[in-house]
Design a protein around this ligand. Structure first.
Ligand code: API
Length: 284
């Protein structure tokens, strides 16, 4: 199987061009290739597939083999791959995902994509659609008990579920302990991606993320969007202004446009190397 290793500020995936390759069992392939000792090493697998409704389709799998409905860092790399490898020859493109068709604008430097702006769509705040168990219509700054401690969190979906928790210090956080407890908490029927956030000023936040199905990653694009929306809803950053979200792997610029309720994410996409791996033992 030919593949391309790419990352969005350190959130790295193995990408397969399914205009040319066939992957029979993506879940099994994702689990194997993601292993950083026995496989290639990544946060998961992303298939770039033909689409009848967009320029291409993104089909994303976490490292545990679970399928993700949306991936912000991944879709920027899909767009970069599509342009750089000749699937498209334009700088405004569409990518179909499990959470709808997304529209992207590409910045080109030296003939290749350097930065990508993605319309990530409108945030979903209705608890039953996130989903999160709650008696309230929306979950903003609500209590939740995790490992015997009470936290306050806000729930936002960007096509995938996020729980946002604000703290004074995220650098010293024992995320390996608290992350899995949020991920598998009974209040999240589909599990959840959890962002731990320190507010720096009215335009800047710092976050770490424990991703559903992948553990701590260096960055999470949908998570950064959810954090910007949550921070505005909680009055912690200015409305209708860009928010800089600082993640372990780098920064993302997020803008929640009140005029159309769309969340725009701008960030880089990077190709690391092309490779080939024999997955005959997996029946591929
Ligand atoms: N773990 C996520 C999918 C990947 C999201 C993240 N890598 C991003 O950049 O948005 C989920 O299961 O919902």
């Amino acid at each position: 199987m030919k593949f391309t290793k790419m990352h969005g500020i350190g959130n790295d995936y193995v990408y397969v061009n399914c205009f040319k390759e066939t992957v029979k069992d993506p879940s099994a392939v994702a689990k194997f290739v993601s292993d950083r000792h026995f496989g290639i090493g990544s946060d998961g697998l992303i298939l770039i597939k033909p689409s009848d409704i967009a320029d291409c389709e993104m089909d994303m799998y976490n490292l545990d083999g679970s399928q993700g409905a949306m991936c912000g860092n991944g879709i920027r790399c899909v767009a970069k791959y599509a342009y750089d490898y000749g699937i498209v020859n334009k700088t405004s493109i569409s990518v179909a995902t499990k959470s709808g068709v997304k529209y992207l604008d590409l910045s080109i430097r030296d003939g290749k994509v350097s930065m990508v702006k993605v319309n990530m769509g409108a945030p979903i705040l209705q608890a039953s659609l996130i989903p999160v168990v709650s008696e309230d219509e929306q979950v903003i700054d609500a209590p939740i008990e995790v490992n015997g401690q009470t936290y306050r969190f806000t729930a936002v979906s960007m096509g995938n579920p996020h729980a946002i928790v604000y703290m004074d210090d995220v650098d010293g956080l024992d995320i390996e302990k608290i992350g899995p407890s949020f991920e598998s908490h009974v209040n999240f029927p589909d599990r959840v991606n959890t962002e731990f956030v320190r507010v720096i000023d009215r335009h800047t936040v710092q976050m770490r993320v424990w991703e559903r199905g992948s553990g701590e990653t260096l960055a999470c694009g949908t998570g950064a969007c959810a954090v910007a929306v949550s921070s505005i809803l909680n009055g912690l950053v200015d409305r209708n202004q860009p928010v800089t979200v600082k993640l372990l792997g780098g920064d993302l610029n997020i803008f929640w446009d009140e005029s159309d309720d769309q969340v725009y994410m701008t960030g880089p996409a990077t190709t690391v190397f092309d490779g080939e791996i024999d997955l005959g033992f997996l029946g591929e």
